[in-house]
Ligand binder design. Structure first.
Ligand code: SF4
Length: 262
């Protein structure tokens, strides 16, 4: 039977990230501007548009009040029925989120890609495998003490960058998730997530490496895993960000590690 390492090597995600006690390797050269990260996510062709009801007004007060009162029992169904922006017409499945609803760690990406749209779960393509690998290096997994969500719950066609009107329409769902989970730490994966949560258009390079706050919740910014798949030299920085996040939670701060290939 193949080992986990065999599988990751086959997926070209090896060598695995491992914790070690020695000092961390130096970071790589300065970062170029990060393109839309999900462009790197392979998957099926865009789904054909499906006829649906037209979008409802994004600023509908009754809608906002309903979402603000949602519990987990109704959350996914409410997202699946949402027509508040035009993405409802092209999605196959909505992607509300996955994980431990009592998690300390809340990871927030940009939007579903093709595989996520087909399966209804965030980060299930190669970027998802890398994310799982990163979590495993910290002794974590996506089902325990971790919740993963996206800014947008439906896939933009062709993995294009989300439009501001779509982000605004979907924002109440993310805000409700944060309120329900009450995480101890938020890890923003990529620029769209960081921009929404921090209200800035600053680059990832300028935002990472320090602790921000979303309300009273500490927030750390790092690169989107899909971007890391094609920018291997940035993995060292992403690893530093994960260690910063863990230190922020006060766990095992003496450990240092190394990213794949270092
Ligand atoms: Fe609704 Fe968000 Fe999907 Fe737009 S992206 S249809 S606001 S759930």
């Amino acid at each position: 039977m193949p080992t986990r390492s065999d599988v990751l090597r086959e997926l070209k995600l090896a060598p695995e990230w491992r914790l070690r006690r020695s000092a961390n390797a130096a970071s790589a050269a300065a970062a170029p501007p990060a393109p839309s990260p999900r462009d790197a996510v392979p998957g099926a062709a865009d789904p054909a548009p499906r006829p649906r009801d037209g979008p409802a007004p994004a600023d509908d007060g009754a809608r906002l009040a309903r979402i603000a009162a949602l519990g987990w029992d109704a959350f996914a169904a409410d997202v699946e029925a949402c027509t508040a922006c035009g993405l409802c017409r092209t999605r196959n499945r909505s992607v509300p989120g996955v994980g431990d609803v009592r998690a300390q760690w809340l990871l927030i990406g940009e939007a579903p890609g093709a595989e996520e749209d087909a399966r209804g779960e965030p980060f299930v393509g190669q970027a998802g495998k890398l994310l799982d690998n990163m979590l495993a290096a910290l002794g974590m997994n996506r089902r325990e003490n971790v919740y993963i969500a996206n800014v947008l719950k439906c896939r933009p066609p062709g993995n294009r960058t989300p439009e501001p009107i779509e982000v605004d329409a979907c924002r109440p769902y993310l805000e409700r998730q944060i309120a329900l989970i009450r995480p101890a730490l938020i890890l923003a994966l990529g620029k769209s997530s960081a921009s929404l949560l921090l209200g800035t258009d600053a680059s990832i390079a300028s935002l990472r490496g320090r602790v921000h706050r979303f309300g009273d919740v500490p927030l750390v910014v790092t690169y989107h895993p899909a971007y890391l798949l094609r920018s291997l030299h940035e993995k060292a920085k992403a690893w530093e960000d994960l260690l910063l996040a863990r230190r922020t939670l006060g766990a095992h701060s003496s450990d240092a590690g190394t990213p794949p290939g270092e």
